[in-house]
Design a protein around this ligand. Structure first.
Ligand code: NAD
Ligand code: MG
Length: 413
């Protein structure tokens, strides 16, 4: 069994949202790229949804505006310093305001049938677990907890009967292409990758890349962290691990192909030689709409694919010399235990250091590799174990980025 086959099996127990029976939803990370796209779809079909809770890190003004528009019952900022601004902005609206870690968990624990996990990074782990523990349908965009704490996330969902719906475009594509085929009929999962903004750049040029260049993704409009991950292709490395978690297949079953147009969002190759793919315009509203409508299909105004305008679809192998993050992530997956936890934590720290201009672009993956090599691993079945390895990897990564690029590489910068 896998999270995906559990979801396929559960589909019969759920009804798509309808005007007679609107679906209650909560959006964690409502002010982000995923959160806003989710709420834009909800705004197209307001009769189908009731918004329970919306959360953000600290942007109180933006959160309050969304909470008013969508008549949410509760709005939560994770940062307590933003509480006063949120409460003032919501005065007289009837929306309850709250702040802090406990309030964030409460937002996830409130009885919404469907929850978008749209926070970025490991900050999303605890609220996602809170939604899974009560058996909700969780549309999961927030890939870092799946990578870092995969067994814990899956076990929590399995125990409560919660359903995990993949939102990451590749995993959503695979989920759709798999339909209710048994995983035993799968020969390979083919993850497509755009190659990011530096797909054709030389290593010399990449060494001097700025945060502005790294976040300027050619096809997708996304938050800063995932945009940098796309530029290093660590995003695709994280997605290999994410696919292993969601679909329960072996690492060698998962292939990565660079597809610069981002039209074929991923494919499943079956044992009979058939390949099934999901195609669409590169717009996250499409996979999000799939999760919002599940187990039915939502009618939306999301952009439509014009194959004639696209004209051609190209595919090429990834270049391991310029994009070593891919192999590093595979190594972490094969090592298992805490290795994916360490990989993810070190990457979060290194990406933040790059965005703050403390390290160069190529130092991101070097830092992750150094941290991965310097820490031992052990099983990470519990939240305590995940948290301990995550914290230790962040400590080591901080020490490396504060001291400049990893030892022995300084001359190259
Ligand atoms: P984003 O930076 O645009 O938004 C992140 C959201 O999380 C914001 O609402 C922010 O307020 C909130 N947040 C950030 N730190 C927080 C914290 N410490 N505590 C509580 N809330 C916090 O990010 P995004 O691009 O929307 O990505 C969200 C997740 O979805 C990421 O895990 C990303 O990998 C995944 N994802 C995004 C896309 C995309 O198109 N943006 C595609 C696939 C997967
Ligand atoms: Mg993706």
């Amino acid at each position: 069994m896998s999270a995906a086959s559990d979801a396929a099996a559960a589909a019969g127990r759920y009804r798509p949202p309808s005007a007679d029976r609107p679906r209650t939803i909560t959006v964690l990370g409502a002010t982000g790229s995923i959160g806003r796209n989710t709420l834009a779809l909800v705004a197209e079909r307001p009769e189908l949804y009731r918004v329970e809770a919306l959360t953000a890190q600290r942007n109180a003004a933006a959160l309050a505006a969304l909470a008013r528009t969508h008549r949410a019952r509760l709005a939560v900022v994770a940062d307590p310093a933003a509480y006063r601004e949120l409460a003032e902005a919501l005065a007289g609206s009837g929306v309850e305001a709250a702040a802090g870690e406990a309030a964030l968990l409460e937002a996830a624990a409130r009885p919404a049938e469907w929850v978008m996990a749209g926070i970025v990074g490991m900050a999303g782990l605890a609220p996602t677990l809170a939604a899974l523990e009560r058996g909700a349908v969780v549309a999961i965009a927030n890939k870092e907890p799946l990578v870092s704490a995969g067994p814990l996330v899956l076990e929590t969902a399995r125990r409560s009967g919660a359903v995990l719906l993949p939102v990451d475009s590749e995993h959503n594509a695979i989920f759709q292409a798999l339909a209710d085929n048994p995983i035993a009929a799968v020969e390979r999962l083919v993850l497509t990758a755009s190659g990011g903004p530096f797909r054709t750049w030389s290593l010399e040029r990449m060494a001097a890349a700025t945060p502005e260049q790294a976040v300027a993704h050619p096809n997708w409009s996304m938050g800063a962290k995932i945009s940098v991950d796309s530029a290093t292709m660590m995003n695709k490395g994280l997605e290999i691990i994410e696919a292993q978690r969601l679909f329960g297949v072996a690492d060698e079953t998962i292939e990565v192909v660079v597809h610069p147009q981002s039209i074929v969002h991923s494919l499943v190759a079956f044992t009979d030689g058939s390949f099934l793919a999901q195609l669409g315009a590169p717009d996250m509203r499409i996979p999000i709409a799939h999760a919002l409508g599940w187990p039915g299909r939502l009618a939306t105004g999301a952009p439509r694919l014009d194959l004639v305008a696209v004209g051609r679809l190209d595919f090429e192998p990834p270049d391991p010399a310029r994009f070593p993050a891919l192999e590093l992530a595979r190594r972490a997956l094969r090592r298992g235990g805490a290795a994916p936890t360490i990989l993810n934590a070190a990457n979060e720290v290194a990406v933040a250091a790059f965005l703050a201009r403390r390290i160069g672009f190529l130092d991101i993956v070097r830092t992750v590799e150094s941290v991965l090599e310097s820490l031992p691993d052990a099983p990470v079945g519990s939240l305590e174990a995940v948290t301990a390895f995550d914290r230790e990897a962040r400590r080591v990564a901080h020490a490396l980025v504060e001291g400049g690029p990893p030892a022995g590489r300084r001359k190259e910068r």
